[in-house]
Design a protein around this ligand. Structure first.
Ligand SMILES: [Zn+2]
Length: 151
């Protein structure tokens, strides 16, 4: 059995089974195949179109969605926040510690070894001096220097 999709002269589509393709040709030629809708005997094989988009399926065609608006972060913002944090840290140190200037390494040692009053100090030390203090077990930390402090 062969199933054919048929269409009549009025455009009605319907399916019909035939024992063979020859049988189909014979029955159509003799007017034995009629449209179930309009009874027309002028039927032909429907052209099978590959999945044509239909408009009667109740859903809208997929629309192209515009890309979401991408917010571009300002590159300068993180740096500004870091600088604000460093400034706050620095201001806290400056506000709560005594500035000893270039005497910092000496003063730090005196405090560490109990020769001076224990207090927070800050001042200048070269990298080598700072490293030496750390190696002696003296707790020192660099204070961030703000670029605009160098004026
Ligand atoms: Zn018809």
């Amino acid at each position: 059995m062969i199933r054919y999709s048929l269409v009549c002269e009025a455009g009605h589509g319907f399916d019909s089974w035939f024992p063979s393709s020859e049988s189909y040709d014979d029955q159509v030629a003799r007017g034995l195949v009629t449209c179930p809708a309009c009874d027309s005997a002028k039927v032909t094989k429907a052209l099978m179109a590959p999945s044509v988009a239909r408009t009667d399926r109740g859903h809208a065609p997929t629309a192209a969605v515009p890309p979401a608006e991408v917010s571009v972060p300002m590159i300068a913002e993180p740096e500004r926040q870091v600088r604000a944090m460093l400034r706050a840290l620095r201001e806290q140190v400056v506000a709560n510690a005594e500035h000893v200037g270039a005497r910092f390494p000496e003063e730090a040692r005196r405090i560490h070894y109990g020769e001076a009053e224990g207090r927070s100090i800050y001042g200048e030390a070269s990298p080598a001096e700072a490293r030496a203090l750390i190696e002696e077990g003296i707790d020192v930390a660099p204070i961030p220097v703000m670029p605009d402090d160098r004026n």
